[in-house]
Ligand binder design. Structure first.
Ligand code: GLN
Length: 490
């Protein structure tokens, strides 16, 4: 069943084949999970859904997967994604698109050769069981990796799953795992959670260790948790919410806020700029109903708020992430690890050919955009402008929240406790529709998610019907309050 559904919707990039000794100890014993394929594990490939890392196996383990294993959670497989986290559809994958399991896909899309495995870059065609080895050894599980096959037949009625953590969302939505780990730089946990009607929590920046997360844009990258069960989201968060000396941006223990109490009267801000303009009818209808319902509840007060910098956050986000990405991706040169071109002539550098063959179109586009913003032509006009918009937006968020900031004690007694707004402006588009839009049009789908990422705020997608959801955000560091209110609203 797991294999069949995975193939139909192209959910996993590798699947654990062995029946792992199910660990009966630990607070997550008897739970199973899926891990986005940009988080490293020592005993399965980590590909970022890119050709350039197609057979890469990390020599070290991420903090996230280590903490979950210590609590007895079983890793079912690594999930497909937009290459390096760049996208919002999960169509930008070297392994082909992940599709949305809420919609019926009539044909199987990947023809898998049953007994082929890729382990540490070697293709193994027989059934091999790895023994658990001595300390320091990692080959004790067996993974099945789909063959790359690019001629998919996709049903014309299929809708995108959203991205970039599309495989993680699909694994949860199709009931293949209890929860999944995704990553969210500008919405990649929240948008696919919205399109698949599940909870998707992006914690405050720095709360979950990024050690072992392959960077896209490290000043925004966060690890997030996706599940149909909000209590499980909270439980998994409480396990991952630890200071880690391996991550220099990990929040220190004394700055972490564990309080989850919400006031008896909960003040909710609705940003005027994110509220109704541009919402498709289905979304608008559900959103208005929700607001009307909340207005009637005695313990909720709703306020229309304004954050002027919201209108500039999308271009600021894309300037910053592409700049960081262009610098981060410089490490893929085919010399140290990853894909290396087979043939080259001395007339062009080997790394140039490796990179032009190894990266997909969207990744290349972002490297070019980012390199421009960091060049002497673009630095002041683009990069510094975007940095200023980000600082302003952070100040605006800070000034409207009541509670003190995790890093500063400023209080605003008249402020609000939470912000509420839709997660996506529309239902997930048809794959065929999405394939026709321009890159800039596709970036517009992130308009409601990126502002919270720029400010590092904790925010969760709460499902509100089929493929519709809304975001509940809190002050920096108030992660447990956000989770508590999400549970109350469930
Ligand atoms: N869609 C956004 C982007 O492409 C966000 C991706 C993410 O959060 N990883 O940058």
């Amino acid at each position: 069943m797991l294999r069949k559904l995975s193939l139909k919707y192209n959910i996993f990039t590798s699947i654990a084949l062995t029946n792992l000794e199910s660990n009966s100890v630990g607070s997550l014993a008897a739970t199973s999970y899926a891990l986005k394929d940009n988080i490293v594990t020592r005993d399965a490939p980590t590909t970022c859904s890119s050709k350039i890392l197609a057979n890469y196996v990390s020599p070290f383990e991420s903090t996230v997967s280590r903490l979950l294993a210590e609590e007895g959670s079983q890793l079912v497989g690594k999930t497909n994604m937009d290459e390096f986290g760049m996208g919002n559809s999960s169509l930008n994958s070297h392994f082909g698109p992940t599709l949305n399991p809420l919609y019926e896909q009539k044909s199987d899309i990947v023809d898998l050769k049953e007994k082929e495995f890729w382990i540490r870059g070697e293709k193994i065609t027989q059934d091999i069981t790895f023994q658990k080895q001595d300390a320091g050894s990692y080959l004790h599980r067996k993974y099945l990796v789909p063959e790359v096959k690019l001629d998919y037949k996709i049903d014309p009625e299929m809708r995108i799953v959203g991205g970039s953590s599309g495989g993680s969302a699909a694994a949860v939505a199709a009931d293949l795992v209890d929860y999944a780990i995704g990553t969210d730089t500008g919405g990649s946990v929240r948008l696919p959670s919205c399109y698949t009607s599940i909870f998707g929590f992006k914690p405050s920046y720095g709360r979950i260790s990024r050690w072992g997360l392959i960077p896209y844009a490290q000043s925004l990258d966060t690890v997030g948790i996706m599940s149909k069960n909000i209590k499980l989201v909270r439980k998994v968060f409480s396990i991952l919410d630890k200071h880690d000396t391996s991550d220099p941006t990990s929040i220190s223990e004394e700055k972490r806020i564990y309080d989850d109490k919400v006031d008896s009267i909960i003040k909710i801000g609705i940003p005027a700029e994110m509220s109704f303009d541009g919402l498709e009818n289905d979304v608008k209808e559900k959103w208005s109903k929700l607001l009307k319902r909340l207005q009637k509840l005695p313990n909720f007060e709703l306020f229309l708020i304004s954050l002027p910098s919201l209108s500039k956050s999308l271009p600021a986000y894309y300037t910053l992430v592409t700049s960081e990405a262009s610098s981060n991706l410089a490490r893929y040169d085919g010399i140290r690890y990853g894909y290396r071109t087979g043939e080259y002539t001395s007339l062009e550098p080997e790394f140039a050919k490796t990179r032009s063959e190894g990266f997909g179109a969207e990744v290349k586009r972002r490297i070019i955009l980012g390199s421009y913003s960091l060049s002497s032509y673009g630095y002041n006009s683009h990069f510094m402008n975007a940095t200023n918009v980000r600082s302003k937006l952070i100040q605006e968020f800070n000034s409207i929240f009541k509670g003190p900031h995790m890093l500063n004690k400023h209080r605003n007694p008249n402020g609000i406790d939470f912000i509420l707004c839709p997660t996506a402006t529309s239902l997930p588009p048809l794959v065929s529709q999405y394939q026709k839009i321009t890159p800039v049009e596709s970036y517009m789908n992130d308009i409601l998610t990126v502002p919270f990422s720029l400010a590092g705020l904790p925010v969760i997608n709460i499902p509100l019907g089929r493929s519709i959801g809304f975001q509940l955000a809190g002050q920096l560091g108030h992660d447990y309050k956000v989770l508590k209110l999400a549970q109350m609203m469930d």
